[in-house]
Design a protein. Structure first.
Length: 154
DNA sequence: GCCAACGTTGGC
DNA sequence: GCCAACGTTGGC
């Protein structure tokens, strides 16, 4: 069992948008970075814990808890000409972009980025590292436990 | 394989 | 809107 932080722009899919979906589950469409794709393709397993993070918005931070809810499968938006995520170079027989489904298990208070940065226990979190831009980053078991037990107990 | 130019991310 | 950081592209 592994843990992840996954960024979503609330303008596209907020925690409430995800909760409004059937089974509170959303396909994690639109990832167009190979490192992030490889996490979904190679390292995730159903049941892995996910910190659902709001980015590119007035209040960036953790907005809820979720879990990986499917095996990897091709992201349909890469083949959709009307989608901003369309990738004409991707071959339908060998899709370039994969995704997993993510099921929200709990809406939490918004834990702001600044609050995450304020805790030495989280100083090594990949998402907090200088210059990090990855939309999917691994979270250690200790970081996960700290977020749950300390930050979300408040 | 190198690397300059360019594009994107995302907080502020 | 700015800009640091870093990924991607494409000529060579």
């Amino acid at each position: 069992m592994r843990y992840w932080l996954m960024k979503s722009e609330p303008g596209e899919c907020s925690i409430d948008d995800a909760l409004a979906m059937p089974a509170s589950t959303v396909p994690w469409t639109g990832v167009r970075n190979y490192q992030a794709r490889n996490f979904m393709r190679d390292a995730m397993a159903v049941g892995d814990g996910v910190l659902f993070y709001h980015s590119s918005c007035p209040q960036p931070g953790i907005a809820g808890l979720a879990e990986v809810a499917s095996a990897p499968y091709p992201d349909p938006t890469q083949f959709d000409p009307s989608s901003p995520y369309c990738d004409a170079a991707s071959d339908a027989r060998e899709p370039r972009w994969l995704l997993v489904d993510v099921r929200v298990t709990r809406r939490t208070r918004l834990v702001p980025l600044a609050e995450l940065r304020a805790h030495p226990e989280l100083a090594q979190m990949v998402v907090l590292r200088r210059g990090n831009r990855l939309s999917i980053t691994p979270v250690t078991a200790a970081e996960w436990a700290f977020v749950i037990k300390v930050l979300l107990a408040r």
